[in-house]
Design a protein. Structure first.
Length: 76
């Protein structure tokens, strides 16, 4: 069982699926993520930056799964 499944179902059931499917992070957030990713790839990220990058990656995974579920809901 996916540990995020209940949360994702809740989000899709309570927020317009079309809005979820269209959600995009702000340009500032996008830039910050890529700066952390660049530091990690270069081997110069601090421990805190690695933790933040890990949080971004976890959130990205949840968001992708939520968008997939929302798109399926819209198609029904």
């Amino acid at each position: 069982m996916n540990v995020y499944a209940g949360f994702i179902d809740f989000i899709v059931a309570n927020i317009k699926p079309e809005l979820i499917a269209e959600f995009k992070a702000s340009e500032e957030t996008h830039d910050y993520f890529y700066s952390l990713l660049s530091k990690e790839k270069a081997g110069i990220a601090s421990e805190e930056e690695r933790k933040k990058l890990d949080q971004f990656l976890q959130l990205e995974h949840i968001l992708r799964m939520t968008k997939i579920k929302a798109r399926q809901y819209v198609k029904q």
